[in-house]
Design a protein. Structure first.
Length: 270
């Protein structure tokens, strides 16, 4: 279940710097000095929207996280055979111990700074259609990832061109992921279900699908009456056309809607 207070606390912890995080209790003020909070979690869009309330999505919590959206498995492995390249835990832990001893301030190489500055100027040209705060913080994420990449390659606290290039490639996908995950967080009570229908149609090769197939796949997400309301709204918005094929109704995305969606996807990748 969603815990609005937890989202507020996590956001505050993220923004804490040298002064520490302070929490007022009956016994007085409790202070956490130099807090470092890291979590790695997995979910799906529907469950994520139940755990993270809409106000947290649009008030900065999502913008402070790195969301990775995947529709397919990166590899298919039944795990019945040992890996061809064994995982060397001792080597990894040894390297992490070495990294933990490094101290000091990261510095830029000349080329690394040029890559970051050019990209920063590029992403801040024009208006960004993003109310989650992701685009406002994407450069911070990229700089942090570049630091981690640098540490994985060398003991020098220097961000070079390769580190920054790879970090930008990794982080620019976050904006698209956020759009996919948060689609359907509007005020309409049917916004999430409408987003599911749009995503299903866009993921189909010909961007069309029968009414019966939609109801079968999303049984439990919406019923026949809900789908009628959704399809009527999308049809009036000129996002879909409804055709009859025999006894079946088929929903098909309009060329204009496909073009707008693809243009938005490309814009979010930049």
């Amino acid at each position: 279940m969603a815990d609005p207070q937890a989202m507020i606390i996590l956001t505050d912890l993220f923004d804490t710097h040298t002064d520490g995080w302070k929490n007022t209790l009956k016994q007085g003020i409790e202070t956490l000095k130099n807090p470092l909070l890291t979590f790695l979690a997995a979910s799906n869009p529907s469950l994520l929207k139940q755990v993270i309330p809409a106000h947290a999505i649009k008030s900065g919590f999502i913008g402070r996280t790195m969301l990775v959206y995947e529709e397919k498995k990166s590899c298919i492995n039944p795990l019945t055979e040992p890996p061809k390249i064994p995982f060397d835990l001792d080597k990894l832990t040894g390297r992490l111990e070495e990294v933990s001893k490094l101290k000091g301030q990261f510095k830029w190489s000349m080329k690394g700074k040029e890559v970051f500055n050019d990209w920063y100027q590029e992403i801040n040209v024009g208006e960004n259609q993003d109310d989650t705060g992701t685009m406002e913080r994407i450069h911070d994420h990229a700089a942090k990832v570049a630091m981690l990449l640098s540490l994985s390659r060398k003991d020098e606290l220097i961000i070079n061109e390769e580190d920054m290039d790879d970090a930008i490639k990794a982080c620019t996908g976050f904006t698209h992921s956020v759009r996919r995950v948060t689609m359907g967080t509007g005020l309409s009570p049917m916004s999430e279900q409408t987003a599911l229908v749009i995503q299903e149609l866009m993921n189909r090769e010909e961007h069309k699908m029968s009414r019966m197939k939609l109801l079968q796949i999303h049984h439990g997400d919406f019923d026949a009456y809900d789908l009628d309301r959704i399809s009527d709204t999308l049809q009036q918005a000129h996002m879909i056309v409804i055709k009859r094929k025999g006894s079946e109704l088929v929903y098909e995305m309009t060329p204009q809607a496909i073009k707008r969606y693809e243009m938005y996807k490309e814009a979010m990748k930049k």
